[in-house]
Design a binder for this molecule. Structure first.
Ligand code: DGJ
Length: 714
């Protein structure tokens, strides 16, 4: 019987699988779009002479490569039944289309090991994003211990050259790390129990010659907020396999007879338009799956967050005065950060006791919320529900609710323990407390924090079995329950800054806090990395104070604002104490954001680094583009090289206008007639010229931003 081919097309990519009835489906192609009707070419298997002393058959890459077929690469499954059934092999394959032509479930059976796999693949036509996940069911009579189950295995071409992933730590998220692919395995693992600051669950693979805007690149991300592993491995047929999945702690993958293990989803894509084309695909996919309170087009309101103004020292009169000052500069949502709840005077007490501190707020939060609302602002509130301090009423009442291993010391971080929210009474407790706050007050936003890694995360009250996976599933369930009860509330995922940013948590949340570092220079780098996978409108991005609390560096208000502006803008400084000129400059920046946010948040984004210390971002489309060019380093050129803008239509003409004087905060710009004209109404330039020769760049001091609009006029 001839094998069945599965061909899935999106706008710009194609996936081809060959499905013999008694094997796992073979990867025949994943890459740029093939024309309709192009039939798969001959398989490599059987077309080559076999070298001696090899297996007597070639084993090609499948969607589920396993030990039992003679696979020498990493198996998609590592599991055993008390030492048996360790080498699995698919004996039967059935194909079920869930959406004809674009989504399919592959039902695979290993009749010997008594295992069933349901591998789901869907290729989204509009975004070119492939999603893939796997479900394993134990059909045997005895438990099976799963050590590793890949959410999916993807093929990468043999000329794949580098892998770009993200490292970092608290205050330094999204640090780009570029590794050369070779015959050594590339692998990254996260065992921190949350997405983590230092090991982002995703990467981009480049091919030779690819750039920010051209050439073939591949990207994949695991939509999961816990432990993870990703591996890229060279194969003997010259291509690579790329596996991603959840890193399971010992015992977490034990499946009783009849039980199933569902992996998180891999979100993957390829683009022939380089890194920016790939980013656009991920942005489109995320935008399509997010549910915004008020609809996706609702303008993202300007925040003021109280954290860096007060830390824990909340005095209601001061908080109200800050709200007055915030409203006067144009803030639209006032967010009360940490320090508001029972005995939370520092980070050593209070977590778990989610009611207002009666010393600070003797009449509860009502008067403050009403005050904020009366100023025309929405009210938002910080919470950290998954945590508890040993010094809290909750912990005193329920010491057994913390994740812990009996007989071992409780390990604290930031003086806190982790609540076992997979325990229904703990989840119910949190739901009731947060639900009560949301029901009592018109709270429109929650900043949902998580300030520690998980250690000794054994399920509370049990026999000590690992609870990392259960914790992630429980937090998703709790968020979903709260969202269902309060659909008008927007939720931000914060985790000591950017420790929980992924497509999994973004099923339930709407904004992320990318870093506690709001030093604008650091943020340029953080936002560049962030933008590879996530669109700008979900990026919490605040104008901080100078010097920045986390780095001690000072930047002009213009630079701080221009950097924060491209995300979801907020202010995180004590606006009560600004001098008049700073106050009016801040008001002007907030008003610019309000004018531009529609374009900043709903268009495409191109990002790049140019010669001479410039980092840039362009938002919009080829009809109307907002360009931000950040000078991060002092110039080393007498004339800065022009910036090429390849996204523009070479046939069109553009009115180019500088929107804000670069010298707003004292930066020096060399006088030149061209830049005078740019500021005084603009200059008309040809798209082909701007794309190939480039837009002249001004000479300016370091830590300044050049903001330009390019509008098609013909
Ligand atoms: C960590 C967050 O990232 C900060 O923004 C702030 O909310 C603190 N937690 C409060 O404890």
């Amino acid at each position: 019987m001839s094998p069945e081919f599965l061909i899935l097309h999106s706008q710009h990519s194609t996936l081809v699988l060959e499905c013999p009835p008694d094997e796992a489906p073979l990867w025949r192609y994943w890459g740029p779009r093939l024309p309709d009707g192009s039939t798969p070419g001959p398989a490599l298997r059987g077309t080559r002479p076999l070298p001696s002393f090899m297996l007597d058959f070639d084993q090609p890459l499948t969607v589920l490569p396993t030990f039992g077929v003679g696979w020498f690469g990493q198996s998609a499954l590592l599991a055993h039944r008390v030492g048996l059934d360790f080498a699995q092999a698919i004996t039967e394959c059935q194909v079920e289309w869930s959406v004809p032509g674009s989504a399919v479930v592959l039902h695979l059976l290993d009749a010997v090991a008594q295992l069933r796999f349901d591998v789901s693949l869907a290729l989204d036509v509009a975004s070119d994003v492939l999603t893939m996940h796997t479900r394993l069911t134990n059909l045997g009579d005895a438990s099976i211990d799963v050590q590793w189950l890949a959410a999916g295995t993807l093929p990468l071409p043999g000329d794949a050259a580098t892998v770009r992933s993200y490292a970092g730590q608290h205050n330094h998220e999204f640090l780009l790390q570029t590794d050369t692919l070779s015959r050594s395995q590339w692998r990254r693992e996260n065992r921190r129990g949350r997405t983590s600051h230092d090991c982002f669950p995703g990467a981009v693979v480049t091919t030779p010659g690819s750039t920010a805007d051209s050439g073939l690149v591949f990207g994949a991300h695991l939509a999961w907020s816990g432990n993870h592993q990703q591996t890229i491995e060279w194969l003997h047929d010259g291509q690579y396999q790329w596996q991603m999945g959840e890193w399971l702690a010992p015992g977490e993958g034990r499946l009783a007879p009849g039980a199933s293990l569902q992996t998180p989803e891999i979100v993957a894509s390829c683009s022939t338009q380089g890194l920016n084309g790939l980013a656009a695909n991920f942005h489109a996919a995320l935008r399509a799956r997010m549910a915004w309170p008020g609809g996706s087009m609702r303008p993202r309101p300007v925040h003021l967050n109280t954290w860096e103004a007060f830390y824990f020292d909340l005095v209601p009169a001061d908080v109200m005065a800050l709200a007055d000052a915030a409203a006067s500069v144009g803030v639209e949502r006032f967010v009360l950060d940490d320090g508001w709840f029972h005995r939370r005077h520092h980070d050593r007490a209070g977590l778990g006791d989610w009611w207002p501190d009666s010393d600070k707020f003797p009449q509860g939060l009502g008067p403050l919320v009403q005050h904020v609302n009366s100023l025309g602002m929405e009210f938002g509130l910080w919470v950290e529900p998954e945590m508890l301090n040993p010094d809290s009423d909750l912990h005193r009442q329920h010491p057994d609710w913390a994740l812990q291993i009996a007989g071992r010391p409780l390990i604290t971080a930031r003086n806190q323990l982790v609540l076992d929210i997979s325990r229904p009474e703990a989840a119910d407790y949190l739901f009731e407390k947060i639900d009560a706050l949301l029901a009592a007050h018109p709270i429109r936003y929650l900043k949902w924090d998580l300030n520690r890694d998980l250690t000794t995360a054994a399920l509370a009250g049990g026999l000590g079995s690992a609870g990392y996976r259960a914790q992630v599933l429980a937090i998703y369930a709790l968020l979903a329950r709260l969202r269902a009860a309060h659909p008008e509330v927007e939720i931000e995922s914060c985790s000591g800054g950017g420790g929980r940013i992924d497509f999994g948590v973004l099923r339930h949340t709407h904004r992320v806090w990318a870093s506690d570092c709001i030093d604008a220079l650091s943020r340029v780098q953080i936002q560049q990395g962030f933008g590879q996978f996530f669109p700008p409108e979900i990026l919490g991005s605040h104008i901080g104070t100078a010097p920045a609390h986390t780095t001690g560096r000072s930047q002009s208000l213009a630079f701080r604002a221009a950097v924060a502006m491209t995300g979801h803008l907020g202010v995180e400084l004590d606006v009560r104490h600004l001098d008049e000129s700073t106050r009016s400059a801040l008001t002007a920046w907030i008003s610019r954001y309000k004018n531009w946010r529609n374009q900043l948040h709903h268009g495409r984004v191109w990002r790049g680094e140019a010669a001479d210390g410039l980092v840039w971002q362009a938002h919009g489309d080829s009809d109307d583009l907002l360009l931000f060019v950040y000078r991060c380093q002092p110039t080393s050129h007498r004339y800065t090289p022009p910036l090429r803008l390849p996204m523009l239509d070479p046939q069109a003409r553009y009115q180019v206008e500088q929107l804000v004087p670069i010298a707003a905060d004292g930066a020096v710009q060399s006088p030149a007639p061209f830049f005078d004209q740019l500021q005084a109404g603009g200059v008309e330039l040809h798209g082909a010229w701007l794309a190939q020769a480039g837009l002249p760049m001004p000479r300016a001091t370091a830590e300044t931003c050049f903001i330009v609009r390019l509008l098609r006029v013909g």
